[in-house]
Design a protein around this ligand. Structure first.
Ligand code: PMP
Length: 356
């Protein structure tokens, strides 16, 4: 039985990458040492870190006006680090509330002394089933924060909103999963454990001119992290190595543009099935639907549970929706093969036919 992992994160990685990790694991670059045991000061690892950063900027079509920081602490630590580093003029951040994770980002910023997190627009009243109308924004915020893909609710921005203010994005759940004009952002952050690597690595892509010398705790100070080339303390070498392999794989898929076309095709097929189904529904506004996370439901908690269980028995794993919304959710990140989406649609159609 072929198993497909539809988890929201940690999530599926490309099979060929896993196989390469397995092959190279005992003997990294003919050193007779494993990647699991080598120092970040060893030249091949210094080169690996540099190469990973270069590949990332290349795939995002960003010049060296940007720097890449390879960090730990997850996207969650960036909820604190970004305000500390960037909200230094107005001490005021404008948040676009598109669901759970944007609320979490605002709540963490609000905890910081002398800092105001203001919700400028929210689709809460629509149960986050669409993105809010983009607001008029006064010029009194250090930046506007948005969550490009809402992992739990299943919405996403498909173009970068137009604003005169600096934009910061939490791209955790669609990082390198769809094309954007990345130059429109001053800072992009993402936990790696959806589209890029195992958990334990966090990516920050930042416009160099936004890196300021500030008296912050070292592990939160972008200036110190950047000056030490992401090795201010011991970096997660294994995660960076896997990220590097995933970036190579992504280049083979035609880069972010190539994978976007594949992801659009996968998502379109799944939404098309759900829209014609008499049993399953996805209630997200069509133009705001995520390419990565597809929540759906039968409308009955018990029946949803039966679907999840029967799916797992058929090798379709981790389809349970987030505990805050229930139902089902299929996460179909970059590494989910089209065959996985086909298997899911076939299974759901079959389940529906049997439950008429
Ligand atoms: N933002 C978004 C959009 C997420 O999906 C997640 C994780 N599910 C987070 C932030 C938190 O990420 P981390 O666990 O890396 O802190």
């Amino acid at each position: 039985m072929t198993v497909y992992n539809f988890a929201a994160g940690p999530a599926v990685l490309p099979k060929t990458v896993i196989q390469r990790v397995q092959k190279e694991l005992p003997n990294f670059e003919a050193s007779q040492m494993s990647i699991l045991e080598v120092s970040h000061r060893w030249q091949p690892i210094v080169d690996l870190i540099d190469d990973t950063k270069a590949r990332l900027l290349d795939l995002m079509h960003l010049s060296n006006v940007y720097d890449v920081l390879l960090l730990q602490g997850g996207a969650t630590l960036q909820f604190t680090a970004v305000p500390l580093n960037l909200a230094t003029q107005f001490h005021r951040i404008g948040f676009i509330d598109t669901g759970h994770w944007s609320q979490r980002a605002a709540a963490e910023a609000e905890k910081l002394p002398q800092l105001t997190a203001e919700i400028l627009a929210s689709s809460r009243e629509d149960h986050y089933q669409q993105l809010p109308v983009w607001p008029q924004i006064a010029n009194k915020y250090d930046y506007i924060h948005l969550t490009t893909n809402n992992t739990i609710e299943g919405t996403a921005y498909h173009t970068v909103p137009t604003t005169a203010l600096p934009l910061v994005a939490d791209m955790s759940s669609n990082f390198l999963g769809q094309t954007y004009d990345f130059t429109k952002f001053d800072l992009i952050y993402a936990g790696a454990q959806k589209n890029l690597a195992p958990a334990g690595l966090t990516i920050v892509v930042i416009k160099k001119q936004r890196i300021q010398q500030l008296n912050l705790p070292s592990m939160l100070a972008y200036s110190e992290l950047a000056a030490k080339d992401s090795a201010l303390n011991t970096p997660p070498v294994f995660q960076i190595y896997v990220a590097n392999l995933v970036l190579q794989w992504l280049a083979d898929q035609g880069g972010v543009e190539g994978i976007t076309r594949i992801n659009q095709r996968k998502a379109a097929r799944l939404y098309e099935f759900l829209d014609q189904s008499q049993l399953f529904t996805n209630s997200i506004k069509a133009s705001d639907r995520s390419l990565m996370n597809v929540p759906f439901t039968t409308g009955e908690a018990q029946l949803d549970q039966s679907v999840i269980q029967a799916a797992a028995e058929a090798g379709l794993m981790n389809l349970k929706g987030h505990r805050s919304v229930g139902g089902l959710r299929a996460s179909i990140y970059n590494a989910m093969p089209e065959a996985g989406v086909t298997a899911l649609i076939d299974f759901l159609a079959d389940f529906e036919a049997k439950h008429k």
